[in-house]
Ligand binder design. Structure first.
Ligand code: ADP
Ligand code: MG
Length: 210
């Protein structure tokens, strides 16, 4: 369970949005909507532990009953997926995926995890391919699987579909939602487009009561 309690983020003493409280159960994908600039990406940064110094956070965020705000990013066990999929161009697909795995994991185990992830993405045998030789949809699937390989306890999605064309969007959206539901972890998706939101709770950040 991912729980936000009266979360607010301030810049120069002004709140970006009004107090936000939210509970997301395992396997549930909650959506936060709002226009550009209302603080959606900043909220996700705060949850995953990467909030820029100019911001101040109040309230509490807990994951599976433990508060996470005092923990550094790498201890929070939260995955994040951005709209610009951040596959490293100078690494092949297997190396990109290996990057998400714990450094202490043995090579054969890494290889097997990567093989399984590619199979789930319908990309068996793509280990040695360069990211630029993949289609947009293939890259999007690899990015999702990379963010899940570290076995996070929650995942955050920042407008993950906004750069895909419509046909691809429909396909990737169902892949993303099904994959997250099968992992049975809470997910929080932010978007400015209601068509990208799954069924379930939708919170409009801009309209949070003052
Ligand atoms: P959204 O994702 O909803 O479009 P953001 O969370 O990116 O909005 O930004 C919220 C506000 O904070 C915007 O006004 C933006 O300009 C500002 N902002 C974002 N990051 C920084 C930063 N590192 N330093 C100063 N202001 C920032
Ligand atoms: Mg944003």
């Amino acid at each position: 369970m991912l729980k936000l309690e009266t979360v607010q983020i301030y810049i120069d003493g002004r709140p970006l949005f009004s107090s936000l409280s939210l509970e997301i159960k395992p396997g549930e994908i909650a959506s936060i909507m709002g226009p550009s600039g209302c603080g959606k990406s900043t909220l996700l940064s705060a949850i995953c532990g990467n909030l820029a110094d100019v911001f101040v956070l109040s309230g509490d965020v807990s994951l599976n009953e433990r508060t996470i705000l005092a923990l550094p990013m790498e201890k929070r066990r939260i995955g994040i997926l951005f709209q610009d999929d951040l596959l490293f161009p100078h690494m092949n697909i297997a190396e990109n995926l290996a990057f998400a795995l714990p450094s202490e994991m043995e090579k054969p185990e890494k290889k097997e995890k990567i093989r399984e992830a590619l199979m789930k993405a319908g990309l068996s045998g793509f280990e040695k391919r360069d990211p630029e030789t993949l289609s947009g949809g293939q890259r999007a699937r690899v990015s999702l699987l990379r963010s899940l390989l570290a076995e996070p306890e929650a995942i955050l999605l920042d407008e993950p579909f906004s750069k895909l064309d419509q046909e691809l969007k429909d396909q990737i959206r169902s892949f993303v939602f099904e994959t997250i539901r099968s992992m049975d972890i809470p997910a929080l998706l932010v978007s400015h487009d209601h068509r990208d939101c799954p069924q379930g709770q939708i919170i409009n950040l801009a309209n949070q009561g003052e």
